[in-house]
Design a protein around this ligand. Structure first.
Ligand code: ZN
Length: 249
């Protein structure tokens, strides 16, 4: 099996075309014609993660966050990203990035979280496809926070607002709560509860003033479900049966 076969399978679930304009997704390191010895899934490319791949002969790493995001002027050991890239290249490890395409796909992070908290009528929130909205019935704010703590494993969830019945929920995993544009979409959709992985202080103040309750789950905790989503695709596509999917990080 070669890298291109996995890239093509993943495209059918979360195509690059639905990634946001600013994003950098796809095969960012490696070659589509490389033969796969092993696949691992992680949220980020870290030095520890690369060491594990080397130890277990894994040469395809599927990650959520782009290892190359801002333009780089060199690939040298003088920068953190340079060190990671050198280590990947020296060990022939390919990296496939699925970022905002996997945030916003039907099988992706936001839709999955919305389903897990029990939302109905789930659809995308913003015009560019970012985030989801959904309807919850008969759940109180404090109960939703405890449900999210169980679902995400974050025991330190920060919340702002009054304990009241939740009806119209919006979710943007990652840094959605730092984007001023979101406020407009929360208003239009009459959202009463907004869940994200990072917030700007001034946005929290404005939302609470508007009567929108805020739930701040940590960035990592609200996105680590990515690993299970990709694993489930690999199981469904019978890739795991080929013995090349060794573990996930
Ligand atoms: Zn993220």
């Amino acid at each position: 099996m070669i890298v291109k076969e996995i890239v093509d399978i993943m495209q059918t679930y979360a195509p690059d075309s639905i990634a946001l304009d600013f994003d950098n997704v796809g095969l960012l390191v490696g070659s589509e014609t490389n033969t796969i010895n092993g696949i691992a899934v992680a949220l980020d490319v870290t030095m520890e993660c690369i060491e594990s791949c080397i130890k277990d002969s894994v040469n395809l790493l599927i990650v959520h966050h782009p290892i190359i995001f801002n333009p780089i002027k060199s690939v040298s050991s003088s920068t953190y990203v340079g060190q990671l890239l050198l280590k990947l290249l020296q060990n022939n490890i390919n990296v496939l990035v699925m970022h905002t395409n996997m945030d916003n796909a039907d099988c992706g992070i936001n839709h999955t979280l919305a389903k897990m908290i029990g939302c109905d009528e789930i659809s995308n929130l913003m015009e560019d496809g970012s985030g989801v909205k959904g309807v919850l019935k008969g759940v109180n704010f404090n109960i939703l926070i405890s449900d999210l703590a169980i679902i995400t494993g974050d025991n330190n969830i920060r919340s702002y607002g009054q304990d009241k019945k939740v009806s119209n929920v919006a979710i943007i995993s990652g840094a959605g709560g730092r984007d001023e544009d979101v406020i407009k979409y929360l208003k239009i959709n009459k959202i009463d509860t907004f869940i994200s992985g990072e917030f700007k202080y001034s946005i929290i103040l404005e939302l609470v003033h508007m009567g929108v309750n805020v739930i701040d789950v940590s960035h990592y905790e609200c996105e680590k479900i990515f690993i299970e989503i990709v694993r489930d695709i690999l199981i469904k596509e019978k890739i795991t049966e080929k013995g090349i999917y060794k573990y996930y990080l």
